[in-house]
Design a protein. Structure first.
Length: 145
């Protein structure tokens, strides 16, 4: 690994750590009733409408950007997943948001992709990867109701 790659790797590990600290500081929690379009601990979602944002597969540019940003974060996880087991869908929603559905499945809004630079995108994704790494969705689903 070259010196710039080591520096980037250390910085990205810092994002994962910052995501974990942010998670603890904000008392963020995921419940089984929370739909993928929201994330507890964030700004409240808009009032439900008759039409929820739709999801769609990634286009080529989105896939390349997300892979470039997410791959180092996934590798830095305490329990990294094989990259071919990470699934990301785009939600057509102008709000800046992302969510972890557990099991390596993530949702990213078009608003986040359009408005965040790669550094901010990495911070948001590190937060969502921390939910996955810590098994928050699975724990919430097992919690007595």
């Amino acid at each position: 690994m070259s010196a710039p790659e080591r520096t980037l790797s250390r910085a990205l590990r810092g994002f994962v750590g910052a995501g974990l600290l942010g998670l603890l500081a904000s008392a963020c929690a995921v419940t089984s009733e929370t739909p993928p379009s929201t994330d507890a601990g964030r700004a409240p979602a808009p009032a439900p409408t008759a039409h929820e944002p739709s999801t769609r597969p990634l286009d080529r540019a989105e896939a390349q950007r997300l892979q470039r940003v997410m791959a180092p974060l996934v590798r830095a996880m305490d329990h990294p997943r094989p990259l071919d087991k990470v699934k990301v869908a785009i939600m057509d929603d102008p709000h800046i948001n992302a969510a972890s559905a557990g099991g390596g499945e993530f949702y990213v809004t078009t608003g986040l992709l359009q408005k965040a630079d790669d550094l901010r995108l990495a911070g948001v994704l590190a937060h969502e990867l921390a939910h996955d790494d810590l098994g928050h969705v699975a724990k919430a689903q097992r919690a007595p109701g």
